[in-house]
Design a protein around this ligand. Structure first.
Ligand SMILES: [Fe+2]
Length: 300
């Protein structure tokens, strides 16, 4: 059974256990989350000026749009201010900063009416992040930068929490992906030929759940949760931020969600930074995970 907790007062240990069991947490905007969204929207508006970023797709050639995103996204992702604001969010959310590691925040764009759904604005088909070499203890944090509607939100497919699905994650290797595919994202405009893990049998996308939060309202979910980008029919581009965390104790103990159908190779763990001082996670710990994935390595 999946439940959704709104503004839960659980401590982080209990919250993580619940996330590993498939529960989803929604939080009202915190001061740092609002500050992160304002920081992002300032950068976005400058990049698209004088156009309204949510409507710019209607007046820009797609190649120009991609060019803007190709500059904007890495600037936001690697900006020291973005890291500091994530640190603030984690602190306000009751995380132990010395034990919580995060990956730099991604800036996502979901354009409307199939304007751009490949490469740098990839519209994600239903997937689990664990198919992409995420550790089973990874928690995803997702927040909209502008108001969203059900027509440009993200979707969860919670019935797949305990239901495996045949998928191509066995062909995904994290190191290989980093080497070849990610840096080429902006080259994929009309179609996306990068080999991504996906279901190999029909996905029942219904029932699905679309959670609509305020600007900076956060959705937390396990990396094993099946989710997708909603086909955007709103007329407005959706801009959102997501980042991932892992807790040191859970990494050490191999605690996390059950791995029911992922068989990818390698790990994204090496990307994580300690939230107290932004030091990378230790290489020896990454090495423990940097092997072919095993089915059912852990459960909570
Ligand atoms: Fe994802």
């Amino acid at each position: 059974m999946n439940a959704i907790y709104f503004d839960s007062t659980f401590n982080d240990d209990i919250r993580r256990k619940n996330l590993y069991n498939g529960q989803i947490f929604v939080f009202s905007p915190s001061a740092s989350a609002i500050a992160l969204c304002e920081f992002a929207s300032g950068m976005i508006e400058e990049a698209f000026a004088p156009l309204d970023p949510r409507e710019a797709q209607h007046s820009l050639p797609v190649e120009k749009y991609v060019e803007i995103l190709a500059k904007l996204k890495p600037t936001f992702i690697h900006h020291p201010e973005s890291k500091k604001l994530i640190q603030g969010i984690l602190k306000e959310s009751g995380c132990d900063l010395t034990k919580t590691y995060f990956d730099v925040p991604r800036l996502r764009t979901a354009t409307s009416d199939d304007y751009l759904t490949a490469g740098i604005a990839y519209a994600f088909h239903p997937h689990r992040d664990t198919w992409y070499s995420a550790p089973t203890c990874q928690i995803n944090w997702w927040l909209p930068i502008y108001d969203i509607t059900p027509e440009n939100a993200m979707a969860f497919h919670p019935h797949y929490w305990s239901q495996p699905i045949q998928n191509s994650s066995r062909e995904y290797d994290y190191a290989q992906w980093n080497k070849e595919s990610r840096k080429n994202a902006a080259q994929h405009i009309k179609t996306d030929t990068r080999k991504q893990p996906r279901a190999e049998e029909p996905v029942e996308s219904e029932p699905q759940l679309r959670l609509i939060t305020k600007i900076g309202g956060m959705i937390l979910f396990s990396a094993a949760q099946m989710h997708s980008t909603v086909p955007n029919t709103s007329g407005y581009t959706r801009f959102s931020i997501d980042f991932r965390t892992v807790h040191f104790d859970d990494v050490m103990a191999k605690q996390g969600a059950a791995n029911i159908d992922s068989a990818c190779t390698g790990t994204s763990l090496g990307d994580f930074l300690r939230s107290s001082d932004f030091c990378p996670i230790s290489e020896s710990l990454v090495a423990v995970y940097d092997t072919p994935a095993l089915i059912s390595i852990s459960n909570s």
